[in-house]
Write a protein that binds this ligand. Sequence first.
Ligand code: 5GP
Length: 191
Amino acid sequence: MRLLEERILKDGKVRPGGILKVDGFLNHQMDVNLFMDLAKQWHDAFAGDNVNKILTIEASGIGLACIAGLVFGCPVVFAKKSKTKNIDGSLYRTRVESFTHGNVYDVIVSRDYLLPTDRVLLIDDFLANGAALEGLCDLVEQAGATIVGAGIAVEKSFQPGGARLRERGLRIESLARVKAMYDDGTLEFDD
Ligand code: 5GP
């Protein structure tokens, strides 16, 4: 069994509504040694793809993306949540529907930090309905940069995001794939 799957079984908690709580090691308290191991797995998967930038989304992708940035040796950019208007055209902006919070918000990236020459790896903690990852793809496409693929920690494969984005041609490397979560608090992984 993979390291992240073992950790989910040990410390993850299944919550009602298809939510997996991983606050103790992934997105509140962060186990940075685990993050280093995950980042190395993404590095192995995308070796030879000439990644020169990592893009994630505020807030819970940032820790993982920073460790990945160390391993890939490249800058890390995070799409910022924003309420301000883009009056001077200096930003790329997209809308994201939050799975966990049930709301819609705008995220922005400065045009200075996503360039047409960039080869971008997208990083996030979860892939559920795919809205966060789709938003990141949209920002990279607005910049005319290349999307190399996505490194995801936990994909909930019983939700439609992964299948839809792979169909669109996005390469996704998920390090744990949860295929079912049950009311008794147990879960199953994909093979
Ligand atoms: P999506 O946009 O793919 O529906 O959801 C991705 C975002 O929602 C992730 O960035 C993550 O922060 C959050 N998320 C989705 N599902 C879960 C979950 O089961 N547990 C936690 N902790 N966050 C989740």
